[in-house]
Design a protein around this ligand. Structure first.
Ligand SMILES: C[S@@+](CC[C@H](N)C(=O)[O-])C[C@H]1O[C@@H](n2cnc3c(N)ncnc32)[C@H](O)[C@@H]1O
Length: 276
């Protein structure tokens, strides 16, 4: 790639990445090139004839190869992902935070001042840390069954200087707390749907962060039960497309008095809330 312009570098990578199955090939190429050059994406648009030279050439080629040949998620290649108003470090230990999960944080913004909140299955810390960032008055705790994920979540909390407590736990087992609200984006993909997931997701994101058994609700069911028994006044769960009726029924039957559903920007009922 000696002497190529930004435009040519992007066109070539877009072709390779697109051929490997990414639906966002141009965006992927732009993010990777901006990362290799140490600039933001806007700089690529303002100077498309700029030459890509020096060590950035090798760095970019390597990133494009990893994206198109081994299907590594762009966020892992960049090492970070924006989520609401914070940037989280991410790697193969955690799920890449998704834009639709921002809705879970939005739902929690309405909590009473000083509420005690637990984020179950925190992964990178996305929900807990974004919430603490936007509502410093809340007492936020985060848990995960994965010690590897917790290491990264704690590193994110330290870097962002956010005061969140972290615990390793299987759902609420062994957690001592009097929560006002429990939030969770649990693993909810049905095993039978794994073939429909993009190649980069299946190959690189932790299976335990994705799959919830045959119908996707193997973690949701015990979580709803445990949340009901904990006495929390509010439970908010992110769910998959088509799961809202079943999950609202579970929450209702567990003893929450009111359920509500919140749709994401694609119009999919993405968060179910139980309150009492
Ligand atoms: C879909 S990911 C969500 C990660 C993060 N909250 C986010 O939204 O980006 C689900 C997380 O739940 C964790 N998890 C899976 N089973 C669990 C369990 N039984 N108890 C606690 N955490 C669990 C996984 O390790 C993973 O980090």
């Amino acid at each position: 790639m000696r002497g190529v312009t930004v435009r040519d570098a992007l066109d070539g990578a877009q072709t390779a990445i697109g051929a490997s199955g990414s639906d966002t090939a141009r965006l992927d190429a732009e993010l990777l090139l901006a990362h290799a050059l140490g600039v933001n994406r806007a700089a690529l648009y303002s100077d498309p004839q700029r030459e890509v030279t020096g060590p950035a050439v090798r760095t970019y080629q390597d990133l494009v190869r990893r994206r198109s040949v081994t299907h590594e998620p762009v966020a892992y290649l960049l090492g970070s992902k924006g989520f609401r108003s914070i940037d989280l470090e991410v790697d193969g230990r955690v799920l890449v935070p998704r834009p639709e999960t921002e809705l879970l944080v939005e739902v929690a913004l309405g909590l009473e001042p000083g509420s005690r909140v637990l984020d179950v299955g925190t992964g990178s810390g996305a929900v807990a840390l974004a919430l603490k960032h936007e509502r410093p008055d809340l007492e936020v705790t985060a848990s995960d069954i994965s010690s590897a994920a917790l290491e990264l979540a704690q590193a994110n909390a330290r870097r962002l200087q956010l005061d969140v407590s972290f615990f390793e736990a299987d759902l609420l087992t062994g957690l001592d707390g009097d929560w006002d609200a429990i939030l969770s984006n649990p693993p909810y993909v049905a095993e039978r749907d794994s073939a429909s997931l993009p190649a980069d997701v299946v190959a690189h994101e932790p299976a335990r962060a994705l799959f919830g058994g045959e119908d996707g609700l193997d973690v949701v069911r015990p979580l709803v039960e445990a949340a009901a028994q904990s006495g929390a006044k509010l439970l908010a769960l992110e769910i998959g497309a088509g799961q809202s009726d079943e999950v609202a029924k579970l929450i209702d039957e567990a003893g929450f008095e009111r359920t509500s559903r919140h749709s994401d920007l694609a119009g999919i009922e993405r968060v179910v809330v139980g309150e009492r």
